[in-house]
Design a protein around this ligand. Structure first.
Ligand SMILES: *[C@@H]1O[C@H](CO)[C@@H](O)[C@H](O)[C@H]1NC(C)=O
Ligand SMILES: *[C@@H]1O[C@H](CO)[C@@H](O)[C@H](O)[C@H]1NC(C)=O
Ligand SMILES: *[C@@H]1O[C@H](CO)[C@@H](O)[C@H](O)[C@H]1NC(C)=O
Length: 371
């Protein structure tokens, strides 16, 4: 399998730089961009500008492996471009590269915790509060939650008791990639239980926190790329065994991903994380609801979305995903738009004038309670 990677490197070409997507000059009405007059006491009254601290948990997608790779440089997948990561990357500005952190900087230039440049999770100077670790499974969420609590308490820039924190979580790719040969230990019940433990750890230990969970992606869609690109198929067989496993049918692969989504949804629906004013969990379902990969105008898969391994996201892919995440965050629970990974010129949304908050289960139900 290493030989596959090495043979791919044979095609390496010197391309000047990677493609990206920004939102130049983007802003909203001043009244929608301001902070609350006094720091909110309820997590359901959080304006985007009220977020002081941003953090993230996850795997190589959150670490942004390969995001800045150029051309066909498959070995660059080993590099963690945390500064480009869609939830928490803080490289450049929103004008050049869309990420949730770069959007939030427009609302609160003092927001703290976003990652910059490249490096591992344990290099504080660049990772900051991006705790995502390549290869992580759902079983690692509790440990990453503990890691974030420790980091926040250690750093004097953070007023642990008073700052409002947004923690983004996306996990499950590695669970799915080995689910087909690991049996029960990676079934949907175990997956959701691992996430529950991670979120519960945050609830028990991190005051004033909103957990934004990106729902699971249907990995079966990657097979549409395999069908179009033989090289991608070979890399996937190496990187994601169950995706590349011919005895696993499309229906089985898609089925387990949807089981993950459904089990995860129960965590939000149960209300178990809605028992105090200063903590909540909200699921952003843009990956769950999307029905296709990103396309070029001629209908072919848009490979610029992907890093050279056709699996991780390129900088441009991170930007498109970030737009989907942000727009879902401003749409009420139950009415969040389906994800669309095609670069279709859809604008970034502004907060709703009648409910200018990050949408939660409670403010989606009756926003007037939280104005
Ligand atoms: C492929 O999938 C089958 C059926 O789930 C499983 O028994 C086998 O171990 C898998 N092979 C690999 C290499 O993952
Ligand atoms: C999932 O796996 C656990 C053990 O890890 C087992 O107890 C449970 O019955 C399994 N559930 C399903 C639905 O297969
Ligand atoms: C995504 O958006 C484009 C442009 O608006 C549209 O043509 C396409 O059908 C959408 N894709 C999906 C899967 O909805």
């Amino acid at each position: 399998t290493l030989s596959v990677l090495l043979s791919l490197c044979f095609f390496a070409t010197a391309v000047s730089s990677y493609r990206d997507l920004g939102a130049p000059g983007w802003s909203c009405d001043a009244d929608l961009m301001r902070r609350s007059k006094t720091s909110p006491t309820s997590v359901h009254s959080l304006r985007p500008a009220d977020i002081d601290i941003i953090a993230a948990m996850g795997d190589s997608l959150t670490a942004a492996n390969g995001a800045g790779a150029e051309g066909e440089d498959v070995l660059a997948i080993a590099i963690q471009w945390r500064g480009l990561s869609w939830p928490i990357g803080g490289d450049n500005t929103l004008d050049e590269h869309i990420t949730l952190a770069n959007i939030l900087k427009k609302f609160n230039p003092d927001i703290f915790g976003y990652s910059i440049r490249t490096g591992s999770a344990n290099v504080w100077e660049t990772a900051h509060l991006n705790a995502g670790v390549p290869g992580a499974h759902s079983a690692d969420m509790e440990e990453q939650a503990a890691d974030l609590v420790r980091r926040m308490k250690e750093h004097p820039e953070i007023d642990y008791a008073n700052h409002w924190k947004l923690v983004h979580m996306f996990i499950g790719g590695n669970d799915i990639c080995s689910w087909c040969h690991r049996g029960d230990s990676l079934n949907s019940t175990s997956y959701a239980e691992h996430i529950r433990k991670g979120v519960q750890y945050l609830k028990d230990n991190m005051p004033k926190t909103i957990v934004v969970l990106t729902g699971m992606i249907d990995i079966n869609m990657l097979r549409r790329i395999d069908n179009a690109h033989e090289v991608c198929k070979e890399v996937h067989t190496f990187e994601c065994k169950c995706e590349g496993n011919a005895t696993v049918t499309d229906a089985q692969l898609s089925g387990i991903c949807h089981e993950y989504m459904n089990k995860m949804q129960e965590l939000e629906d149960s209300g178990q994380f809605d028992t105090s004013d200063d903590f909540t969990l909200v699921i952003e379902p843009y990956f769950e609801t999307m029905t296709d990969i990103g396309r070029n105008p001629d209908g072919t898969p848009n490979m610029d979305f992907f890093a050279p391994d056709c699996f991780h996201f390129a900088a441009y892919g991170h930007a498109i995903v970030a737009k989907n995440l942000w727009n879902n965050m401003l749409q009420p629970v139950g009415a969040k738009a389906a994800g669309n990974l095609t670069d279709n010129g859809e604008p970034l949304l502004c907060p709703d004038t009648s409910c200018p908050f990050i949408r939660t289960t409670k403010n989606s139900d009756k926003c007037s309670n939280f104005i």
